[in-house]
Design a protein around this ligand. Structure first.
Ligand SMILES: CC(C)(COP(=O)(O)OP(=O)(O)OC[C@H]1O[C@@H](n2cnc3c(N)ncnc32)[C@H](O)[C@@H]1OP(=O)(O)O)[C@@H](O)C(=O)NCCC(=O)NCCS
Length: 140
């Protein structure tokens, strides 16, 4: 029986689920600092085992960013990711002003998963490419 819990995402759960899908790793301390600034998060549990996560970042009104939507590979294709996205979008829709911006960066070939929630793929005639930069700061 799966259970959804909001705003209880811990560094341990975040690090372990991201590790399972091969995402970049961050130190426990960095993740703890980052999670403190998260607007909203979801964890899906199978009994006491965390099997899916997602979180929302942003200014809580004009700009939102969906990040770290991850489902344990053993639990994928069972609508858990869809359920996580429904919760994140429900939170955003309760907070966003008119014309608020909701961004995300899809991993390769996952665009179709997000299109079901109304996200459009860039670039198109109106919008340029999404862009990203990874900072290698050793000094903080
Ligand atoms: C992307 C991810 C979260 C999807 O989670 P999931 O639980 O396997 O997906 P779901 O079972 O909820 O699928 C929901 C719907 O999206 C569709 N879908 C899933 N992956 C898809 C893909 N790559 N392309 C198109 N559609 C996709 C499913 O077919 C399903 O459609 P349906 O509702 O019509 O049946 C999961 O594959 C994952 O964690 N991947 C590794 C990490 C990752 O890349 N995360 C994305 C970060 S941007």
């Amino acid at each position: 029986m799966l259970k959804k819990v909001t705003n209880t995402l811990t560094p341990e759960i975040y690090i372990e689920l991201r590790r399972k899908v091969g995402f970049k790793q961050y130190s426990f301390e960095d993740v703890a600092m980052a999670l403190e600034k998260t607007l909203f998060s979801v964890v899906i549990y199978d009994a006491d085992k965390p099997v899916g996560i997602g979180r929302v970042l942003g200014d809580d009104r004009v700009v939102f960013f969906i990040k770290d939507v991850v489902v344990d590979p053993d639990y994928q294709n069972r609508s858990i990711g869809h359920d996580i996205m429904l919760s994140l979008m429900e939170y955003i829709e309760g907070k966003a002003c008119k014309n608020a911006y909701v961004g995300l960066m899809s991993t390769p070939n996952k665009e179709g998963f997000y299109k079901k929630f109304g996200f459009i793929q860039r670039p198109n005639e109106e919008f340029g490419h999404g862009m990203v930069k990874f900072v290698n700061n050793e000094n903080v």
